[in-house]
Design a protein. Structure first.
Length: 249
C-alpha cells in the first residue's frame, strides 16, 4: 500500500479547509499569463482530484495521475466523467502531450532522492507539448530551515467521524529531508469505536539553485519563481514556493 493508503480515507476531511478553489484560480491565472489558450492539463500526483475537478469546470480537459489507487477511487467517485490514471510520477508515460503539466501540493517534495527528482522532471518534460507550461510547488528550503517543522495537532469532524491527527517531524539536515510521522485517531460517532493509523511521509525541502540545475538537465527552463498563491519572491517565510517554466526549444 502506498504512503497515502489508509490516509486516503480521511484525506479530504483533513484538508477540507484547504483553499482548492483559490488554488485552481491561481493556476488559471498562471496559465493565462504564460500560456494563454491552453486547453489540456496533466495533473501529476492528483490525489483525490479536487484541483482536477475545479480546472475541468473552468474549461480545461484535465487528466489526473496518482500512485494511490485508493486516492483515485475517491477522485472517480467525485468526478465520474473525469480522466484518472494510476501511475508513478517518476515513470508513467501516457503517450500524449499536454499544454500544461502540473504537480501540486508538494508532490515534488515527495521525490526524496536526486534520481527521483530527475525521473519526475523527465516525466513532466516527456508530456509537455511544444510551448507548453509546467508548474509545481514544493517545501522551500530557506523557510524550512528558518521556521523549522514543529509537532502539530489537527482536529476535524463531520457528521460521521471525528479525526485527530498528530504530526511529529524529524529533520535530517545533511539530506534536506524531514520525516513527518503521523498518528491519526478516527472515531466513529455512531459506534464510538476508535481506529488508529500511523504513517511516515518523508519530505524533501528544495532550494532554487538545485532546482535550476535539475530543470536544465531535464530540458526545462524556469520563467517564474514565487511564493505559492502570490507574485512575491520567496524568502525565509515562504514555506511553499512554486516553480513555473517551459520546455527548452
Amino acid at each position: 500500500m502506498s504512503v497515502f493508503g489508509a490516509y486516503s480515507q480521511y484525506y479530504d476531511l483533513l484538508y477540507r479547509d484547504k483553499d482548492y478553489a483559490g488554488e485552481a484560480s491561481y493556476i488559471h491565472e498562471l496559465v493565462a499569463k504564460h500560456r494563454p489558450g491552453a486547453k489540456t492539463v496533466l495533473d501529476l500526483g492528483c490525489g483525490t482530484g479536487r484541483h482536477a475537478a475545479l480546472l475541468n469546470a473552468q474549461g480545461y480537459a484535465v487528466t489526473g495521475v496518482d500512485l494511490s489507487e485508493e486516492m483515485l477511487t475517491v477522485a472517480r467517485a467525485a468526478e465520474p466523467a473525469g480522466s484518472f490514471v494510476q501511475g508513478d510520477v517518476r515513470s508513467v508515460r501516457l503517450g500524449r502531450k499536454f499544454d500544461v503539466v502540473l504537480s501540486l501540493f508538494h508532490v515534488m517534495s515527495y521525490q526524496t532522492t536526486n534520481a527521483d527528482l530527475r525521473a519526475a522532471l523527465t516525466t513532466l518534460r516527456e508530456h509537455l507539448a511544444p510551448g507548453g507550461l509546467f508548474a509545481f510547488d514544493c517545501w522551500y528550503g530557506p523557510a524550512v530551515l528558518s521556521d523549522r517543522p514543529q509537532t502539530r495537532i489537527k482536529r476535524l469532524e463531520d457528521s460521521a467521524i471525528s479525526v485527530t491527527r498528530l504530526a511529529e517531524p524529524v529533520m535530517y539536515p545533511n539530506d534536506n529531508l524531514v520525516d513527518v510521522n503521523y498518528q491519526v485517531f478516527v472515531r466513529d460517532k455512531r459506534t464510538g469505536i476508535v481506529d488508529e493509523l500511523r504513517e511516515t511521509h518523508k519530505m524533501r525541502y528544495l532550494f532554487a539553485p538545485e532546482v535550476s540545475l535539475l530543470l536544465e538537465a531535464s530540458g526545462l527552463c524556469l520563467v517564474q519563481l514565487s511564493e505559492f498563491m502570490s507574485e512575491r519572491e520567496p524568502g525565509f517565510a515562504s514555506w511553499n514556493a512554486v516553480f513555473v517554466g517551459t520546455a527548452v526549444e
